[in-house]
Structure formats: structure tokens, C-alpha cells
Design a protein around this ligand. Sequence first.
Ligand code: NAP
Ligand code: ZN
Length: 347
Amino acid sequence: MKEVKAYGAQDKDAPLKEMNINRRDLLDNDVSIDIMYCGVCHSDIHAKLNDWGNAKYPIVPGHEIIGKITAIGSNVSKYQVGDLVGVGCMVDSCQECSACKEDQEMWCENGSTSTYNSKDPHLGGHTLGGYSKVIVVREEFVLKVPTNLETKAVAPLLCAGITTYSPLKHWNVKKGDKVGIVGLGGLGHMGIKFAAAMGAETVMITTSEEKAKDAKRLGANQVIISKDENQMKEHNDSFDFILNTIPVGHDVNPYLALLKRDCTMCLVGAIEPLENVHGANLILRRKKLAGSLIGGIKETQEMLDFCGEHNITSDIEMIDMQDINNAFERVQKNDVKYRFVIDMETL
Ligand code: NAP
Ligand code: ZN
């Protein structure tokens, strides 16, 4: 076991501060990674605040991890010391159930191990995430990072990237489709970039008028201000697919109204009760309301390779580790363009 520096919170109301945590000794299939950068996902904030009722303390968040391998176990075959790699939201799964065999480890029937806040099968207690200097991960959950991209701007791809790429692929977004991305934050800005790169007519649906220019720069063909009922109504029954990243429960009805017959809106943000979903919005035109959770390891690698080919990274604001509490507040106030990334040198 090795003690390393990390940043975490002792309970929901406590600020994050420096602490020491333990990382396991290398098992045969493990790699040890010196963390260079870690993105700040809105999920880190939900988790720290126990919004989903399953928080374990002390919590060390962070699941958008980029770093360099410094040691490998005796059976590691895919990686070498010195490789630039990423780790996302999962660090383990059974590898044997039907979900794992279909490369959908996030739905492992025996429970996948999240990067933080999951039961730790090795050290006991719970897993601790990427707001730390070092992480030890089995090689099956480590991703290769394209070397042609700006390294620090790749970190958010490990969660915001795959969470938006996976549903766009699953619902077969293609050239000619009209695709709506709801919410221009960490996930939403990646959603625009991917939908545009896949050839779709991409429409940003935002509450923030001042983000309209940015949305177009990021690749949106059009912007709809969701608070303007008339603007919304003009687009009723016209979308082939909508990806909704709003981080809280909300009235989904005005967004469902935007879909064409037989088309789908996929939620990725609101992991909580929704206000009254009006059945008519689904029944009358056979519309579908769906959800999606990150993506499997194989697809995460595919997404990173896609980003390498299409030169896609995240728009980031770098912070020092000591600025994290302020960064959490700013994300909650919708004041980030469009992802904070922690420079782990500062810890
Ligand atoms: P974020 O950076 O805070 O972005 C969310 C955006 O949603 C905001 O920028 C804002 O965009 C819009 N928004 C915020 N509050 C709203 C409200 N009350 N009503 C309408 N729109 C609102 O968050 P994120 O990191 O992208 O994460 C988004 C959500 O996805 C979080 O809940 C996170 O936990 C979740 N998540 C889910 C998965 C998954 O696997 N399903 C993975 C990662 C994250 P505008 O200013 O444009 O309106
Ligand atoms: Zn995340």
C-alpha cells in the first residue's frame, strides 16, 4: 500500500481539502498512473453533496483522469511505463456477465466499480477518485490517449465525451438528421461538437441567451432559447433526436413536443424524479423518452480515437487544486466555459 496526496471532503457540508489516501500495491493486471489532469464533472458535485443519496465519506471525486504510467504489473500486456493514458468513470467490473461480454461494463450484472464512491474490492472501504496524485487501475479500464490532441483538454472526454458520444451513436445520428442538444455545459458542449462532426444539423437548446454565439462557434447551426415559448413552438415535431443534459429534474414536456413522430429524447443529466410527464406527448406520435449512462470501455476508446481523427477536445478552464471549492460553486451557478480541469501539479 502507498500513501498519496488527494483532495476530498469529510461530509456533504465540508469544503474539499488536502488529505492522504492509500493506493493498493500493484496486482498482476494493474498499472500505476501519475495523474496530470482531472476534469471537474457536475457529477462530482452531485456526489459530494449526496444529491443521489449514496455518498460515502470521505469522498475524493474525479473521473476524468489523464496521466502517465509509472509502473505495470507482471501480466500487463497493453501498456508500458511512460504511456499517456486516461481513466474514466469505472475502474472494474466482473468481465464475465452478459453486459461485460457485450462491452457494456457500466451495466455489469454484478455491479461495476465506479472510480469513486463504490465498494473497494481490494482495500475495503470505498473507491477514491482522480483528485489525487496517483491511481492504480486494472489495465482493462485504462484508455489510450491520442497524442495529437492537447493533453489537458482531453481529460473531460473521459466522462463528458463518452456520455454524449454513446447515445448519439446508439440512436444512429447521421448526416441530415436534426439533432437538439439541451444545456450548454460540460456535456452539452461535447454533444454539439460530436453531433456536428457526425454530420447532423445541430441545434443548441439553452436557457442562456449569452451562450448563443459560443454555441455556433462550437458547431451548432441554430440556437433555441428554451425560455421563449414561441421559439420552442416554431420547432415542434421537427427533431430526429434530442440529447438532454439538464442536471436536475425538470418539465420534459416542452422538449418532447419538439420531437418528430417515432423519435427519441435521451436524458443523461436528470438522475432524479421528473415532473409530470404528459402521456399525450409520447402516445400521440409514438415518441420515446430514454436514458443513457456513460459508455463501455470499448466505445470510450472508439470515442477517443474519433476525437483524435476529428481533432475534437473540450473547451477548458484550468484551475489549481486549491481552487476546487470555488470551481464547484461556479459550476452550480452555471458559470464555466465549458469544463474546469485541475492541474494536478498544483497538489
Ligand atoms: P454542467 O456543466 O453544469 O451543464 C449543465 C447545463 O444544463 C448548464 O450549463 C445549463 O445550460 C443547463 N442547466 C443547468 N441548470 C438548469 C435548469 N435548472 N434548467 C434548465 N437547464 C439547466 O453539467 P455537466 O457536467 O454537463 O453534467 C450535466 C448532468 O449530467 C449532471 O447532472 C451530471 O451529473 C450528469 N452526468 C450524467 C452522466 C451519465 O452517464 N448519464 C455522466 C456525466 C454527467 P444552459 O445555460 O445552456 O441552459
Ligand atoms: Zn462525469
